[in-house]
Design a protein around this ligand. Structure first.
Ligand code: MF3
Ligand code: CO
Ligand code: CO
Length: 284
């Protein structure tokens, strides 16, 4: 079914530019195209880049300090202090009621794990630390996996495969192509190892707000999704599961996303800007 939404409109009285015409050609064919607000200006991209630089420095700092025996509560405090010292704000805190400064997701926790002083890192654990920084009103969102102590080979493979899935998603995202190509490529790669791709959570536009359009699915939805236009800023953040792709949300805290079969899950995330030559990473 074709999307009938007319997202791209011309400012009143304006003559269409070549850029407008290129987007409207897709729109007239029934393709889902971005709204004008999703195309960032060079100034906005610079702002998001600065947020990204701080976000990267935070993850580098965590990478240096993370160790067996540490609690996820300590990780949260390190993120909070570092962010404040750099004149920035932690986007997760109070976001839709989220109680901490970052997400820490261990083993079978897929994402949105809540840091806690009661939760220690043990030998053989894998943990995703997901950090989102607001600097001068601009957002950057990224996460990495950390492996604690000695890894079982199959778990190490899951972590590596999830990282490859992000890299493959980056290659699949081309200007004037479609979002759907990202998930198609990622799912194909994950399946080679017998892993599955989480469907209930997606990557997302970001930059001016925490979560914007488009939705960036990491599995093959069978749909094209939104047209990818230079100037769009979004994340890719595949969550790859050892077993089933099905997940549930912990009823007690309302946040923690866990694999249905309680087998491990791994995720890596970057924020990108689409350019004329493909994606540029803003959270390197
Ligand atoms: N950083 C997550 C993402 O990649 C979102 C976390 S929402 C929070 O989209 F409230 F849990 F922080
Ligand atoms: Co994100
Ligand atoms: Co994130």
């Amino acid at each position: 079914m074709s999307k009938k939404r007319k997202n791209w409109t011309l400012p009143q009285g304006a003559e269409p530019t070549a850029f407008d015409l290129r987007i409207m050609e897709f729109q007239d064919k029934g393709c889902l195209v971005p709204t004008r607000s999703l195309i960032k200006t060079p100034e906005q991209i610079e702002g998001i880049r600065r947020a990204g630089e701080i976000n990267t420095a935070i993850l580098d700092m965590i990478e240096e300090k993370i160790h067996e025996g540490m609690t996820t509560g300590e990780i949260d405090r390190l993120v909070a202090e570092f962010t404040e010292r750099h004149g920035a704000v932690c986007a997760p805190l109070n976001y839709e009621g989220f109680p901490k400064h970052c997400c820490t997701s261990i083993n079978e926790v897929v994402c949105h794990g809540i840091p806690s002083d009661e939760e220690e890192l043990w030998d053989g654990d894998i943990i995703n630390v997901d950090v989102t920084t607001i600097k001068d009103g601009y957002y950057a969102d990224a996460s990495r996996m950390f492996c604690i102590g000695k890894m079982k080979p199959r778990i190490q493979r899951l972590v590596d495969c999830a990282k490859e899935c992000l890299e493959i998603g980056i290659q699949a995202a081309q200007p004037w192509h479609f979002v759907g190509e990202i998930g198609k490529a990622i799912e194909k790669h994950a399946r080679k190892d017998g892993f599955s791709v989480v469907r209930d959570l997606a990557g997302h536009g970001t930059g001016n707000h925490f979560h914007e359009d488009p939705e960036v699915d990491h599995y093959d939805t069978g749909e094209r999704g939104m047209l990818l236009v230079p100037g769009m800023v979004f994340t890719i953040e595949p969550m790859i599961n050892m077993g089933t792709y099905e997940v549930f949300i912990d009823e007690e805290d309302g946040w923690t996303v866990v694999t249905e079969d309680e087998k491990p899950s791994a995720q890596w995330e970057h924020t990108f800007v689409m350019t004329d030559n493909g994606l540029e990473i803003l959270t390197h």
